[in-house]
Design a protein around this ligand. Sequence first.
Ligand code: C2E
Ligand code: MG
Ligand code: MG
Length: 687
Amino acid sequence: MPESVPMTQRTRRLAGDHAVLGFVALVTVLACLVTVEVAQLELAAPNSAVNWWAFALFALLLLVAESRPVFWLRFGEGGEITPGWAFGFALLLLGSPLGAMVCMAAATLISDSIGHKSIEKVTFNVAQVTLALGLGALVLAGFGLSGPMLANGDISFTSSLGMIVAGVVVLVTNCILLFAVMAISRGVSLMVPAREGWLTSISADGALLAVAPIFVVAVEYSLLLLPLLCVTSFIVFSSARQAMRQAHAASHDQLTQLLNRASFVQNLERLLANDDGTAEPTTLLLIDLDGFKEVNDRLGHQTGDGLLQAFAERLERIIPSTAIAARLGGDEFAVALRRDESVDQLVMASDLLTRLSATMPVHGFPMSVGMSIGMAFAPEHGRTAEELLGCADIAMYRAKRCHTGVETYAAVGASRELGRLGLLGDLSAAIELEQLTVGYQPVVRIDSGRTESVEALLRWEHPTFGDIPPGEFIALAEHTELIGPLTSFILDRAVRDITLLERSDLSLAVNVSARNLQDRHFPDFVLSTLEAHGLAPQRLEIEITESAIANEPERSRFAIDTLRESGVRVAIDDFGTGYSSFSSLRDLSVDRLKIDRSFIAKMASGPKDVILVRSIINLAGYLGLETVAEGIEDDATLGILTELGCEFAQGFLISKPMRIAQLRTWMAETSPAFPAVRLQPEPIFTS
Ligand code: C2E
Ligand code: MG
Ligand code: MG
């Protein structure tokens, strides 16, 4: 039908609030009044010259066109273009306004019923077309036009003018009613939907109305012209439809059919715009899915796409009808809505998170996805779309890092944190500005207490924000080319430092990322660094995580095998936390397993963790691999590990990571062995 506005925004079901219902009722009453007026006029002076054959033909065409709107075009629930107006207006011009209005109303009713639209929407649509067509009929009556358009093969000036004015009245009435209901439903001024939709309305509905007189004249002249005209009209309409499709594609995300980033920003700017130049109270939610990459990697892109689609559908369904939603890219979504001061926004966002994370069917399988939501408010945190997006991004990043689910920018802003982009920008300069340093954490052999190696851990001393832990910036750098220079820096610095220490048998462990392993030149780079500083490859160990290997295992394997063949040792870091612990052991040749801190930390209090750690140690023993326990913080834990036969220990109990100068002193003081391991702990776990 004539709802051609929502090109830039998919309107949902008309909100059933009182204002909308009141407006629907008003339009319905007006439509009834106009119908009565038209009926009185027609009954007072019935038109004997109506071409009922043509009337029946157009009525049939109208029904066909309206009952198959999908054949034409739909813009979400709120907007679809059908050629109905061409036939509806043609019926009016044929000389039976009441008949035309009844046919148009009936066709709309049938079309909307087929589309399972809500009662208020069907009522509004029927009243809207009836009122628009009725006013057109009154205009025609005003011009005294009630007969055939052609008089002796000609169209009179009055007829032409009457048709044009009637067409304009129908078009304008239709548009105003539609813009008004959208404005009331979204709680914005009439100008907002008008600005969005006027072009579409004029180009689509206007063109259709303009075709109607040609249809009428053609049938009056000769019915044989009608098929020709239908073909021509179809071609014109198809190209209009194609143009609209392209316009829709340019502003929407193809996968989810939500708005894309560019049009979301435009819509957000409109939402923020206030007549007096101040920003409207608005809430922006930035939603980033957790672990989506894993879904893509493990279950395939088809499932990943299915998950995004199901998520977008649910998002659209549960947000208020006045909100706008978009997929900004990848697994990042945004929702903007006018702020209701009586609603606690944090509660609203937490509720949204709970509902969004509930299980949903993806290709027939139940799946659920976690997410982190960052929230920013206008005008408090920003007055433009970009400012708000930046703030929400910072909040979202914090929610992700701290696993809190939802964060608001207000809370984050107080601690003066950087957003992801800001952090990356500063990080790229950090190496040159010498803000990056290396901390060394000793790894001791449990039975002798001797320090066998040190793990190099990156440290960033930010001039404004102080020490930023690697967990905060490495995950970001891993998504960019920056991880290359970072690894080069730490490798070069740590290899140099280790050669300056007195102990020539001390090994060095360096963490590397998946992206490093996928670089074909990485093994060469490592070996040439070792050569440049004169460190034997056997004294270097690279630590890789299971998830790093899961990503492109073939390429990772090439790097790992090349390095091992040259004598470099390889350890699987954070063992037990990835998804593929067993397959990584089967597929890769490694030397060590570093048992993740999360298991070690809870050993003293949790028998389950003791059982798991014992199993990992036994498994490593069968495979001929060494075991390192990470994150030992107390004697009790060290005691259990000693008993379980773990070979190496690392953790704050032994030492926190230290600068190279501190390490030198520490080694001198604890030489030849770390005293804590000489303790003979009481057995805590037996059998
Ligand atoms: P990781 O490789 O598992 O390093 C061990 C982390 O545990 C270090 O955190 C260390 O300070 C911390 N840790 C050690 N013992 C204890 C303990 O007893 N208690 C507690 N609570 N923590 C302990 P850090 O330095 O914050 O590093 C975090 C992670 O960042 C590292 O985990 C590693 O995955 C990554 N990372 C650090 N430096 C680099 C680097 O140069 N390159 C790469 N790719 N990743 C790095
Ligand atoms: Mg490590
Ligand atoms: Mg680790």
